[in-house]
Design a protein around this ligand. Sequence first.
Ligand code: QUE
Length: 329
Amino acid sequence: MSVNARVGGAGVAVLELDRPRALNALDLPMVTAVRDALRAWHDDDSVRAVVVRSTSPKAFCAGGDIRAVREAGVLGDDAAVRAYFTAEYGLNLAISDFPKPCTALVDGYAMGGGLGVSVHGSALVATERATLAMPETAIGFFPDIGASWFLPRLPGAVGWYLGLTGARLSGAAAVECGLATHFVPAADLAALEEALTGADGVRPQAVLDRFARPAPPSELAGHREAIARCFTAPDLAGVFHRLAEERADRAWAEETLDALRRASPMSLVATFDVLSSGAAAPSLRDCLATELELACRTAREPDFHEGVRAALVDRDRAPVWTSSLPFPV
Ligand code: QUE
């Protein structure tokens, strides 16, 4: 089994993602195992808090089992696609609704579905080795796992930037923009884990405050104003237009335009729409319901099949999109 679940003597439960050869990409059995553990611990008074960690030094979790979803989508097996996303998004909601502190320790990659099992908890600890991203527009998909709830609620339109471009954030940048709650140096992570799972672990907030360090200056810091200017445009064409017109931060704007031009056009349109819808939605639950329907439709799209092929199956990183933008770029 690729998930280890145990409860320590101090009443702190540990969920360990353990599929290191796939960078802990969450397959359906893993999603189910995590969901079952949380269900058991929900009403178990001997469990006071939960810690989510990874056995892989490279990755907390690289995403969902997007390869299996592609195979089901290519075959037109809608039931299998729906079963996977229903389970995954159900888990995202269960973490958000979990009544006890739930702390994720992110060291290495946390992308897509990996953020789904970390951002919805009460704390997300990131180290200087962490990389956080919602990279779905690069594979013909869209930011899901509740991203239409949390991305539009990040300050300065940074969530729109992250969701549309798939930009990768360092741990420091993730803390700066509000995706992560605490920065802890990787060298202190073992001691933090020991404290969180020991007698002090029933008050994780105090432990986290003790271990947290000021996040070092991040790669994002100099671009926040340009991000806010460009990614508050009222539509996708406006984002392209503002990036093309950006004067104060020209090199960044060019890089960002390149990222958007590499993305699936269909994904950019879907992402702008789902983030707009999520920005006005009343709850994470509503957002996940909307995302579920969009995910089931997207799984049948040629751009999704091509995007996963290029990124994960053939690994040529040269997707040929068949969709196009509804405006000239
Ligand atoms: C976008 C994604 C994913 C991705 C790459 C993207 C994703 C995902 C993986 C992944 C990575 C390594 C593995 C694996 C899957 O990559 O969701 O099985 O070994 O799971 O650009 O959304």
